[in-house]
Design a protein around this ligand. Structure first.
Ligand SMILES: *Cc1c(COP(=O)(O)O)cnc(C)c1O
Length: 390
């Protein structure tokens, strides 16, 4: 049995939870989704939680509700999961990619300021791998130019910035419950917002643009009449099976996050003498959610421009670890350099040197609640041994 990169944790509560909607027969966006929304909003300290079918659809709903349209520009980091940019593209607007910092993997706010044009309407900072972006500078920039801020908080459960939970800083925050994230509903997402009108509009847009949910219609008077549909909406609803699973997962989130944080702290100690590996930083004022434990391969050589040679060495190391049954992964990819964006906007690695290096040189280690100390030691020992063979 090998050591995977990640593994969801499901106990008896999850198995019981998913049976409830099957027994009641109400399986799509009903009481369980409602309960999950309330619990998630309370957990993060947000006024409203709006569940969606994924974080990608949550982001899509948020930017649509904010009025994003053709001709608009939105600043997004160049090193992020591709859907951060895709949601801008879906609405005919233009994602303007900004390079990231190599220490935090998050958007470089000074460079973002230089990208603002008269067409810029918003910015989507990403809290990559569970570390918040530099939110005060982002919010300052947004205020100065009258931009909205949608936080891509896909990875940011348990992430805090100056005492506040991720997803409560911008007009909206969007979370993911994909199995690679700290808690999972299979597929699933959540919008958090303090804005009552954004709450109303995103709820409507996720449900074909209706003003009254099916659950409300079936449980109130005049259920025989369909809702009104004032907007061009989508079907981005979460199922009640996912909602029930989400409630059970959220109930153990504190333990899951505690385990992840303890494992991350232990990696930092065990790998502290490894000079070819930069382990994640947690600046003052931040609580890292550790959705992933992402290191940078190459040590001092990272800054010398030998990216290609280091990339080959990293891949060789990852292959040898895989051969020994230990899964590692690249952190995420440079969205800006994926074929669609590279071709459409004529983008090249030289424009995003840090995003490019992060794409080529990140190395994520196994991280999940049930990872044991001896398994973690196995990972660390194998890393050291295999690196010496390079
Ligand atoms: C996982 C992830 C997403 C997409 O989440 P889905 O729920 O899979 O749609 C978006 N942005 C970032 C930064 C992510 O890590």
């Amino acid at each position: 049995m090998g050591i995977p990169i990640s593994k969801p944790y499901f106990g008896a509560e999850e198995f019981e939870a998913v049976q409830q909607p099957l027994e009641s027969g109400w399986v799509v966006q009903g009481p369980m989704v409602h309960r999950f929304e309330q619990a998630f909003a309370a957990y993060t300290g947000a006024a409203h939680g709006i569940a969606a079918s994924s974080c990608t659809t949550a982001l899509h709903l948020a930017v649509a509700a904010l009025g994003l349209a053709r001709g608009d520009e939105v600043i997004v980091p160049a090193f992020t999961w591709i859907s951060t940019a895709n949601v801008v593209e879906y609405l005919g607007a233009t994602p303007v990619f900004c390079d990231v910092r190599l220490d935090t993997f998050n958007i470089d706010v000074e460079q973002a300021a230089a990208l603002v044009t008269p067409r810029t309407v918003g910015i989507i900072p990403v809290h990559l791998f569970g570390l918040c972006a530099e939110l005060d500078p982002v919010l300052d920039l947004a205020r100065r130019h009258n931009l909205w801020v949608v936080e891509d908080a896909a990875c940011a459960l348990g992430a805090f910035y100056r005492g506040r939970h991720a997803g409560t800083f911008g007009q909206a925050g969007c979370f993911s419950f994909h199995p690679r994230k700290s808690i999972t509903t299979g597929e699933g997402g959540m919008i958090t917002t303090a804005d009552g009108s954004l709450d109303r509009v995103t709820r409507s847009l996720r449900d074909h643009g209706s003003v009254r949910s099916d659950f409300a219609r079936h449980h109130e008077r005049a259920g025989f009449l369909l809702s009104e549909y004032p907007y061009l909406g989508y079907n981005f609803r979460m199922t009640d099976i996912q909602g029930a699973l989400g409630c059970a997962q959220l109930a153990r989130a504190a333990w899951i996050l505690e385990r992840r944080s303890a494992i991350a702290a232990r990696y930092a100690v065990r790998l502290s003498g490894v000079d070819w590996l930069r382990t994640p930083v947690v600046p003052d004022g931040y609580v890292h959610g550790f959705q992933a434990y992402v290191c940078l391969f190459g040590g001092d050589r990272i800054d010398t421009g030998e990216v290609h040679a280091l990339h080959e060495l990293r891949n060789g190391l990852m292959q040898r670890l895989e051969d020994r049954g230990i899964a590692t992964r690249q952190g995420t990819h440079a969205a800006a350099l994926q074929e669609f964006y590279r071709n459409k906007y004529q983008l090249a690695p030289e424009q995003f040197p840090n995003a490019y290096r992060a794409d080529r040189l990140t190395l994520a280690l196994p991280l999940y609640a049930q990872l044991t100390e001896s398994e973690q030691d196995l990972v660390c020992d194998a890393l050291r041994e295999e690196a010496q063979r390079a």
